[in-house]
Design a protein around this ligand. Structure first.
Ligand code: FE2
Length: 195
């Protein structure tokens, strides 16, 4: 066994027109696959699988191992943050928690949109739980909430490879499409329940 690329939880055409087949083919089939391949090349123990990924991230004292392991985790999580049935508004306990910690659901989505839009360079924008409340944050390159004692509930990939094919340099248009068309609130609600 070894680390492996998880299949997308939907078809390559399922997120169009918000996220195209070409973007998913490149992003999942090439970028994510490359992180998995490099991680397998870097670690000596080929008995490790995706179930060991968080332990590898915590233990990594080599930057290359950390970067490739973290990018494997981040992308595996990101695919689940989108759905062909996505978009709309959060409801139930998730909406109540967002109201409580951000004032309103709209204030939260505006805050996450701004965090993702203004994040300088490559990285990830997140909704996290810090142990007592929900927070909007972002991380650079491969860094992730797991390394900061936070539980990830939702992420948006803001590396250019996530949006350049469909939106060129217009990151705000990608973010609008993410929120309007594909964001998977059911997955976020499920993550909140597990906190
Ligand atoms: Fe990516």
């Amino acid at each position: 066994m070894a680390f492996s690329l998880p299949p997308l939880p939907y078809g390559l055409d399922a997120l169009a027109p918000h996220i195209s087949r070409e973007t998913l083919e490149l992003h999942h089939g090439q970028h994510h696959q490359t992180y998995v391949d490099k991680l397998n090349d870097l670690v000596d123990d080929n008995s490790q699988t995706n179930d060991d990924l968080e332990a590898v991230i915590h233990a990594a004292d080599d930057q290359h191992v950390f970067d490739n392991a973290a990018q494997h985790w981040n992308h595996s999580f990101y695919w689940q943050c989108m759905s062909p049935d996505g978009g709309g508004s959060p409801s139930g306990e998730l909406a109540e928690a967002l109201d409580r910690d951000f004032g309103s659901v709209d204030a939260f989505t505006k805050g996450l949109h701004e965090e993702a839009e203004t994040h300088f360079g490559s990285g990830w924008a997140w909704l996290v739980h810090d142990g007592s409340k929900l927070l909007v944050t972002s991380t650079h390159d491969a860094d992730l909430p797991l390394k900061h004692g936070q539980k990830a509930l939702l992420t948006i990939d803001v590396w250019e490879h996530a949006y350049y094919v469909d939106y060129r340099n217009k990151r705000p248009d990608y973010l609008t499409a993410f929120f309007d068309g594909v964001v998977n609130w059911d997955f976020v609600a499920q993550n909140l329940k597990a906190v």
